[in-house]
Design a protein around this ligand. Structure first.
Ligand code: AMP
Length: 412
């Protein structure tokens, strides 16, 4: 199948990058539906080309009706920037542009840019609600797209999504894209859509078949060494490492750098400018290893990323699917490795159940497992309150030593 059989105009088809020469599965399914004004509920693997699946029909329609506007809601700033860049790349061929509206960026500048009537708004819900309070008019929005809809729901943005939807045209067309669909999301989706057509380019909650998954059972305390060993051994051009807590991301990054591996951390405690810089450095290949929290698990595309490593398994099984989906994008092969310790067996079982994959655990050479499987019982002896009080009242020699002087904070 070619793009020209999808009733897209030749200007748009010619504006596509050379490597995009035939529609992906999700594009072949979604584009015809959106072009005939059908509401769509689309289940698509990460990296399947879903951004163009909705952007191309939006541009096609908006080109014919410049009075109308489209609104794309996304859960994170990073995704907002990525989506608006992707739209602008193609949109300029038909003189249409996308404006990114997300937090961390000067609001006044966004308001000035809004005065130019951009055809497509790509927004995170927080900033959009803020702009609505300042009088933003969304009545020309005839197309509403919810990208990563399950994450919009998981992150608690749904009330904002619903409120934003009430400001758009009642004649609007709505499309939702997500890599996973829970019953709750399907129910919520129906409230915003009219008889949506459900399309699916992959098996629900499955991981991409082009990803080779390996799971190593290791001691909890050996994970850092194991990671350094794996990165050194495989000599991947780049690796994206997922970790649970923001605080641990920084300390792991320090340890890697100390071991001579160029690593950067990316998490929600960093400023927007720092987040963008860390991501840009990784995308450009300058940083070899990026240690990220789940802020990055969805939506973000990193060109030819060869490997994703789970330093810790995620709490939610669906997040595993999103994390490993950062590799093997757009039909390329990828590797996903996970370092699993005994304490993570419950999370592993949930991932196995969700993906319906065996995901066997292997030994990692040079890292014998000496931790004992958890019995589910607390290792702590029952608390002896008296003993605690005795311990607390004990004085340590340190208390008698003079405290070291605090150093003045260094100027940034
Ligand atoms: P997305 O799932 O929208 O984040 O897209 C993932 C990557 O696939 C992006 O780099 C797109 O440029 C690329 N892509 C999108 N559509 C196609 C296509 N039909 N053929 C090859 N690559 C594509």
């Amino acid at each position: 199948m070619s793009f020209s059989t999808l009733s897209l105009s030749s200007e748009l088809i010619h504006a596509l990058p050379k490597e995009i020469n035939k529609p992906s599965d999700i594009q072949a399914l979604v584009i015809p539906e959106m072009l005939v004004d059908q509401d769509v509920l689309a289940l698509a693997n990460t990296g399947s080309g879903k951004t163009l699946a909705y952007s191309l029909p939006l541009l096609e329609k908006l080109k014919a009706n410049t009075e109308q506007q489209a609104l794309v809601l996304v859960p994170t700033r990073e995704l907002a920037i990525q989506v608006s860049d992707a739209i602008n790349q193609v949109g300029q061929a038909v003189d249409l542009s996308a404006l990114c509206l997300c937090g961390g960026v000067d609001k006044e500048r966004q308001q000035q840019a809004l005065a130019n009537n951009p055809a497509i708004l790509v927004a995170t819900t927080g900033r959009l609600v803020d702009l609505l309070k300042d009088g933003l008019d969304l009545s020309r929005v005839h197309y509403l797209i919810l990208d990563e809809a399950d994450r919009l729901l998981d992150m608690g943005f749904w009330p904002d999504v619903q409120s934003v939807a009430t400001h758009t045209s009642t004649q609007r067309q709505t499309a939702m894209f997500s890599a996973t669909f829970s019953e709750e999301l399907k129910q919520k989706a129906k409230q915003l859509m009219q008889s949506p057509k459900q399309v699916s380019a992959h098996q629900e909650n499955s991981t991409n078949k082009d990803i080779a998954e390996t799971l190593y059972l290791v001691n909890k305390g050996s994970k850092t060494k194991a990671l350094i060993e794996l990165v050194g051994l495989h000599n991947w051009s780049q690796s994206l490492v997922f970790i649970g807590a923001k605080e641990n991301a920084d300390s792991l990054t320090k340890k890697l750098n100390k071991a001579g591996v160029s690593a950067e951390a990316l998490h929600g405690n960093k400023s927007q400018a720092e987040r963008e810089a860390a991501l840009a450095q990784f995308k450009s290949g300058e940083t070899k290893v990026l240690i990220a929290t789940d802020l990055l698990a969805r939506g973000i595309h990193i060109e030819q990323l060869p490997v994703v490593i789970n330093f810790e398994l995620p709490m939610h099984a669906e997040t595993y699917v999103h994390r490993v989906g950062r590799t093997a994008r757009a039909g390329k092969q990828g590797v996903a490795m996970s370092l699993v310790c005994h304490g993570e067996m419950e999370a592993l079982t949930a991932i196995r159940n969700l993906t319906q994959r065996e995901l066997p655990l292997q030994d990692l050479e040079g890292f014998p497992v000496t931790d004992q499987p958890s019995t589910g019982e607390s290792k702590r002896a029952p608390r002896d309150k008296k003993a605690n009080r005795r311990t607390n009242s004990k004085k340590s020699i340190k208390q008698f030593q003079s405290k070291p002087k605090r150093q003045a904070p260094r100027a940034k």
